[in-house]
Design a protein around this ligand. Structure first.
Ligand SMILES: [Zn+2]
Length: 171
């Protein structure tokens, strides 16, 4: 700690010594420049319009481009890892019906199987199978429709709160 402090003090002293001649050299240049920058200009109106209208247009154009960029980047949010599987969809408007689950290991489309629920009070569950890896990446209570709607609710929440950005690399 003491060494660091000493080094910091030494560096500050060195900078002070080094910067004094630099400042002495720069001062005659900086002061007239500052004076010049502070002086108001008398422009004919046409020059003022010529300069200010393109500036306003440039700002509007950049704002529009930014909005377009934000809109298009949200279209990149088309997949989500949720409850063990990877869910994909084409447009948020088609949810939940357009949601399809994929295997996190081999990317195959998963097959759903609903278990139980037929014999009285036996609890119902749904399993998503991968035919290629012979695994069950997702097993949840409820039916397939319920699971699909649950994933759609999560996607809707991520879009509403803006958290979808964390699921799209680079946004
Ligand atoms: Zn698989």
């Amino acid at each position: 700690m003491g060494v660091v402090l000493l080094a910091a003090v030494g560096a500050a002293a060195w900078f002070r010594q080094e910067l004094v001649p630099v400042w002495a050299l720069a001062q005659p240049t900086i002061e007239p420049l500052w004076q010049h920058l502070r002086t108001p200009s008398q422009w004919p109106n046409w020059v003022a319009y010529l300069v200010s209208i393109p500036s306003v247009l440039a700002v509007l154009f950049l704002g529009w481009r930014y909005l377009q960029y934000r809109k298009s980047s949200r279209r990149l949010f088309k997949q989500l890892s949720y409850l063990g599987s990877v869910w994909r969809w084409n447009s948020p408007a088609d949810l939940p019906m357009a949601l399809k689950p994929y295997c996190p290991n081999c990317n195959a489309l998963l097959v759903y199987e609903e278990l139980g629920g037929r014999a009285g009070n036996q609890s119902q569950s749904v399993a998503l199978h991968c035919e290629a890896c012979q695994t069950i990446p997702t097993e949840q209570p409820g039916t397939w429709k319920y699971l699909q709607a649950r994933a759609a609710r999560e996607i809707e929440r991520l879009i509403r709160t803006g958290e979808w950005r964390q699921h799209v690399p680079g946004h």
